[in-house]
Write a protein that binds this ligand. Structure first.
Ligand SMILES: *Cc1c(COP(=O)(O)O)cnc(C)c1O
Length: 435
């Protein structure tokens, strides 16, 4: 399969080049030249299939020309080695829990798959591959966990100073070995901008191999479509069309869902649920895309003011605003509304949502109050509530156990490089590590 750039100025490239470059030379994002057409028999059969079986069929449809089936199978089985349960929280409202991986956020799905695919594609090369990743909280640790001690690969994690939770910071900065964490004096958008500057820098590219592990990398998006098929398979006895509510920041999760729909998955609507960083909602209502600086919220992994996957969604929608409006709705909520939903659901059902999943839950409730047609309704729960102890304590009170994986990390020693907000200083640091 070839991959084209959404910038449309760079030539199409192979899978290896798309994944090991991350970003195209024209600044665009890579997309497969054609999305596979999964047969209706796949959707019929899938109701009896496991997560790994479904993931294999989808991955094979994308990657089968480039990666041997036994390697695809190994990648799936070693990366998706945790469950993704679908939990009925209220009658007819399902939570798809994507947070049972090693770092307790949905980023584990894409990051683990990507690290293994990248290691396969990079095999036999004699230079190190440098993975640059900007994080608003969860990506950094998932990528670090996925790549820790992978031979021939260095990982540079850029996180915004003082804007990730204490636990998230511990999960980013305590790896050592081939994982280099870097504190940026700025917002997530600044981290993302610096990462793009590194990837696009001619001097750096002439001496180093560089790629991105953010959702600008297509290797993260393909796996982020697996669980939409799986959720649908778990629900399939209802025969109703499905609505998915997706808590969105950089829109990589939602793009995975839209890709699944483009391959034939019967989805009625996607709800793009955001916090007050609502450029997407504004785009749907005005038809004008206006990026702006992100503002800090309790759903911090969604504090994004210029979502990078917008370019991909444009492609999937044929750049036509009426297609956007047919397939998608968007709602945004304040921290107070998010907290209220967490508290209400906890009081009424005992189910604890994290601040990201709660935004999606609230989006789903709003959608259902405005649209009366019969649908099966799923919201994506993207992080374990225990990742946000300070916030959760304020809302649902004490007494909720910290999972063992988080308990361990608390006692580890942090180490990170302070890079200010200066691309030249960061370049020197990365070059230094490589020399
Ligand atoms: C990254 C993240 C999101 C946002 O996902 P995008 O793909 O960037 O839209 C939502 N929730 C959590 C917990 C995250 O870590």
């Amino acid at each position: 399969m070839q991959y084209y750039s959404t910038g449309r100025k760079s030539a199409t490239v192979s899978l290896k080049e798309a994944v090991t470059k991350g970003l195209a030379a024209d600044g665009g994002l890579y997309m497969p030249v054609s999305l596979p057409d999964l047969s209706s028999s796949f959707f019929e059969r899938s109701s009896g299939m496991s997560l790994q079986e479904i993931a294999f069929e989808v991955a094979h449809a994308y990657l089968g020309e480039d990666v041997p089936a036994n390697i695809i199978s190994d990648i799936i089985n070693s990366s998706l080695n945790f469950p993704i349960p679908l939990n009925e929280v209220e009658p007819g409202i399902f939570s798809l829990e994507l947070y049972h991986g090693p770092t307790l956020a949905f980023k584990d799905v894409g990051a683990r798959f990507m690290s293994r695919l990248l290691a396969y594609l990079h095999r036999g090369e004699n230079r190190a591959l440098n993975v640059i990743v900007a994080t608003s909280g969860d990506t950094g640790s998932a990528v670090a966990a996925g790549f820790h001690n992978v031979q021939g690969i260095n990982v540079f994690v850029l996180f915004p100073k003082g804007k990730v939770s204490q636990l998230q910071q511990k999960q980013i900065t305590t790896w050592g070995d081939n994982i280099y964490s870097i504190e940026v004096d700025g917002s997530f958008d600044d981290c993302q901008k610096l990462a793009k500057q590194m990837l696009g820098d001619a001097h750096m590219n002439s001496s180093l191999l560089l790629t991105s592990a953010n959702s600008i990398n297509i290797a993260r998006l393909i796996p982020q479509s697996f669980y939409y098929y799986y959720a649908r398979a778990l629900l399939s006895d209802s025969r109703l069309p499905t609505v998915f509510s997706v808590p969105s920041g950089n829109f990589g999760n939602l793009t995975g869902g839209l890709m699944a729909k483009s391959t034939g998955l019967p989805v009625n609507r996607f709800i793009a649920a955001t916090n007050i960083n609502d450029v997407f909602r504004e785009y749907l209502s005005t038809g004008v895309y206006r990026s702006r600086p992100s503002r800090q919220t309790i759903s911090n992994a969604m504090d994004v003011g210029d979502p990078s996957n917008f370019a991909r969604i444009m492609e999937l929608m044929g750049s036509d605003i009426s297609n956007f409006r047919r397939g998608l709705v968007s709602y945004s909520f304040t921290d107070e509304e998010t907290s209220d939903s967490i508290k209400k659901v906890f009081t009424e059902t005992g189910y604890i949502m994290d601040p990201h999943g709660a935004v999606a839950y609230r989006g789903l409730k709003q959608y259902l109050s405005e649209h009366k047609e019969g649908v099966s309704s799923v919201f994506l729960e993207t992080a374990h509530p225990a990742k946000f102890p300070e916030t959760m304590l304020n809302i649902v009170g004490a007494g909720h156990e910290l999972p063992a994986r988080l308990q361990e990390v608390i006692n580890k020693q942090e180490s990170y490089h302070e890079a200010g907000n200066d691309p030249d200083e960061l370049k020197d640091y990365i070059i230094g590590v490589n020399s």
